[in-house]
Design a protein around this ligand. Structure first.
Ligand code: ZN
Length: 477
């Protein structure tokens, strides 16, 4: 689809998002309502996300494993809050091999239960701890309102599950992994996030406390982009994860879980995209540089193509694609790669060959502003600099957008106004009634209690009682 057919973000952000995902060939609708097919370009982006996270998981001592997708219903039922939270969304298998199963099997909505069951077998002594396992896989939640990447019946993700000897160590792990997500979001995806704690009503079912990174999308709504949970001994008691401590006493372990999913692809699209389509951060873009050869005759072609080949081989350290299509014009190609969000385009025509120049066009700065001419001899160094520049400009721009759309209203009327089209950072007394009233009145929710606090006390934005913490409130995906 040509880029000019896209709806603008201002007229219909939701429609813009759907059209970009489809037109850029990131994903498509599957025959089962609410399921998506991740297409090769979208999967390549996810693979780069995976690689950036996996590197960080390994560096913090975690190993990967794979647990089965089917979980006996009886296991799900062992942790009461957990099963209550998930039961409306469960997909259940009742027939296998043509026979009615004696016990229904749940298609995993998450793996705390099966992991807990296995950990109770594997963990015997304090010497077995900490146990730090991650799995890459998918999960199924029967969502009613779905949207490509953001909320689909089946989604892809990683889920980390760890067990520890002490509460402190498990809480440290919970925070460490949230830090890993924060670092990934900021430094790989150029997505500024606010790390913080979830309120009691927003936490994961079965957790003692939940932590989140929240990002502001291009329509100012919030998106929970990754979560990390301190599970206390809830799952250890439900699944009997016990170990003998150094004094030969039997103790329950302390566990955590943390996950980041293909939802993050949606976060990248909605944080950086513009009316021309995707804008991908160079560090994660499947194609970092696209080279478009420009010629109008066989003679020009014979001059241009050898230079294209030479430049391509000099850029071996980058993810480079040469668009050699003969059936479409260079103008069509420009629009096409802009739609797909490739950070840097290099145009090479006969004039450029003659001047020993390359024409650079930055995706984050459309039009003349993002165009420069670079000597062929300096191609590699200038590509490196330009990609780094794009990466940091994208982050700064997204951060400035969030700051421009975050308000600190003084009273409840001001809060109602602020969350109509932005985030509010306000004092909250911690009372669930105040929280519920905000949600009823505005459809906005407490996104997180940020780690970064001003200190001191203030008046709760709802009841005017004493508050010691500020919270971010916003409408969310
Ligand atoms: Zn209050």
């Amino acid at each position: 689809m040509p880029a000019e057919k896209l709806p603008t973000r201002a007229t219909d952000f939701s429609d813009w998002y759907n059209q970009v995902v489809l037109a850029a060939e990131l994903a498509d609708y599957a025959p089962v309502r609410g399921c998506m097919v991740v297409r090769p370009y979208g999967w390549a982006l996810w693979e780069n996300i995976q690689a950036a996270l996996d590197r960080r998981f390994k560096a913090t001592g975690h190993v990967n494993a794979a647990f089965p997708v089917l979980i006996p219903m009886s296991l799900m039922e062992k942790e009461k809050e957990h099963v209550e939270g998930f039961s409306p969304e469960l997909a259940v298998v009742t027939i296998g091999g043509g026979e009615r199963l004696e016990e229904p099997l749940v298609v995993r909505p998450t793996s705390e239960t099966i992991v807990g069951y296995m950990y109770s077998k594997w963990i015997k002594s304090y010497r077995d701890l900490p146990l730090l396992i991650n799995q890459w896989g998918s999960a199924v939640r029967w969502e009613l309102r779905t949207k490509l990447f953001l909320r689909t019946l089946e989604f892809y993700w990683q889920e980390g599950h760890t067990a520890h000897t002490t509460s402190e160590e498990a809480q440290e792990e919970t925070r460490r992994m949230l830090d890993v997500y924060t670092d990934f979001a900021i430094n790989e995806a150029a997505v500024p996030v606010v790390p913080g704690k979830k309120s009691e009503s927003e936490k994961f079912t079965g957790a003692v406390s939940s932590y989140t990174i929240e990002a502001m999308m291009g329509d100012t709504r919030a998106l929970q982009a990754g979560t990390s949970h301190f599970l206390g001994q809830n799952f250890a008691r439900a699944f009997d994860i016990q170990y003998l401590d150094a004094n030969n006493q039997l103790q329950y372990a302390w566990t955590t879980s943390w996950g980041l999913s293909t939802r993050f692809v949606g976060a990248i699209i909605m944080t950086h995209g513009d009316d021309q389509g995707l804008v991908l951060p160079p560090r994660l873009a499947p194609i970092q540089v696209v080279i478009v050869p420009i010629y109008r005759s066989e003679q020009e072609k014979s001059v241009v193509l050898p230079v294209v080949e030479r430049v391509k081989s000099e850029l071996g350290e980058f993810r480079v694609h040469v668009d050699g299509r003969e059936e479409v014009t260079p103008g069509f190609k420009f629009n096409d790669w802009e739609l797909r969000g490739v950070p840097l385009r290099i145009e090479i025509g006969p004039k450029d060959v003659e001047n020993e120049n390359l024409a650079f066009a930055r995706r984050d700065l459309p039009g003349r502003e993002g165009k420069t001419f670079v000597p062929v001899s300096r191609a590699s160094a200038r590509v490196r600099e330009t990609l780094a520049g794009i990466q940091s400009t994208m982050f700064e721009r997204a951060l400035a957008f969030r700051e421009d759309n975050t308000w600190m209203p003084e009273d409840y009327e001001g809060l109602r106004e602020a969350v109509r089209d932005g985030w509010a950072l306000v004092w909250w007394c911690g009372d669930q009634e105040c929280e519920a009233r905000i949600k009823d009145d505005t459809r906005a929710t407490i996104r997180c209690i940020p780690f970064e606090q001003p200190g001191g006390t203030g008046k709760c934005i709802v009841c005017e009682g004493i508050a010691t913490e500020k919270v971010y409130i916003a409408r969310a995906y």
